[in-house]
Design a protein around this ligand. Structure first.
Ligand code: SF4
Length: 318
């Protein structure tokens, strides 16, 4: 399966083809834009039995994404899930901050049959890294080493960078750094403001700034690398939009939350999209069956499918 193939195909009816499973919301980093570590401070994680039970309810399932928190804090759990999914013919992606990856963990994941390692990298220097992640700068070298090892492995390695006012001046350098480490697929995730307990991260690009930012970045794309812009809406009236869309190797995955994918949080909550629409529509630990969701159609889900009220629109024009 091609990277993001589910998001690149149009969807005509709701059918769960992908689950994003927050195996844990525990994380060893404290990134300023992330909501996961604030949502759930208890060291909660979903058991293999619960994950297996969810997967067995969904005959259309094609892909599992394990996200957190930092799921590789629980390497053995990840390997068990990857091994099980691969035996069932499902694609598996792990989203990671890279801190727990080394030759031994990458080799174990490779042997289990992991398809994709999706590693975050938002900055291009150790001091910036400390500021962004809330961690000491030594971790920066570890993350870069992990990305290089992952890019050399049999596992597809994708680096992800948030697009925000903070990272905008760094995007080209971060892309080039990842390319030098061997990465040939780079995902840029549109930053979406997240409500947190004590602060509000609000660094979205302004309307009409997105197209210029993307175009400046695309000018540096190497012929043998692919860029994916996730949760990005281009203004059709912007003069750069047709040029951006025509560039080879530049992809705009569609939002498929609620339609083909749901997010399962480590406390069992079923969310429509953890980032842009974190509405709870059930809880797998409290008996909600994923295979009955679309017949029961909770109000929040049907309203989201009708109006697509992602948080990004609320903030973009605020
Ligand atoms: S709901 Fe919003 S944040 Fe979530 S995937 Fe869709 S566009 Fe992105």
């Amino acid at each position: 399966m091609r990277y993001k193939s589910l998001e690149l195909e149009p969807a005509d009816r709701p059918s769960l083809e992908s689950l994003e499973i927050g195996l844990t919301s525990t994380c060893n980093f404290r990134c300023s834009f992330c909501c996961a570590h604030e949502r759930n401070r208890e060291e909660q994680k979903l058991s293999f039995t619960v994950i297996q039970h969810m997967i067995e309810q969904l005959p259309d399932l094609k892909r599992i994404k394990l996200s957190g928190g930092e799921v590789l804090l629980y390497l053995e759990d990840c390997i068990q899930v990857v091994d099980y999914c691969r035996r069932k013919g499902l694609e598996v992606q792990i989203n990671s901050n890279g801190s727990m990856l080394n030759a031994s963990s990458i080799s174990a994941l490779e042997q289990a049959g992991l398809n994709t390692l999706h590693i975050s990298l938002h900055v291009e220097s150790a001091p910036q890294f400390s500021e962004f992640s809330g961690m000491s700068s030594e971790w920066y070298a570890r993350v870069l080493a992990a990305i290089k090892l992952a890019a050399q492995s049999e596992i597809e390695c994708v680096v992800e960078t948030i697009i925000s006012q903070d990272t905008k001046p760094l995007l080209v350098e971060v892309y080039q750094l990842a390319y030098e480490l061997g990465v040939r697929k780079h995902e840029f995730q549109y930053g979406i403001s997240v409500e947190q307990e004590q602060r509000r991260w609000k660094q979205q690009l302004k309307p009409f700034d997105t197209e210029q930012t993307l175009w400046s970045l695309i000018q540096h794309k190497a012929y043998d690398s692919e860029m994916y812009f996730t949760c990005v809406d281009l203004d059709p009236s912007h003069p750069l939009t047709p040029l951006i869309l025509r560039t080879e190797g530049v992809n705009f995955p569609r939002c498929m939350e609620g339609m083909k994918q749901l997010h399962i949080h480590s406390n069992g909550d079923i969310l429509i999209c953890e980032l842009g629409y974190p509405k709870k529509i059930g809880n797998v630990l409290e008996g909600t069956r994923l295979d009955q969701l679309y017949t029961q159609m909770p109000e929040a889900l049907s309203s989201f499918l009708k109006h697509h009220r992602c948080q990004k629109y609320t903030d973009h024009f605020a």
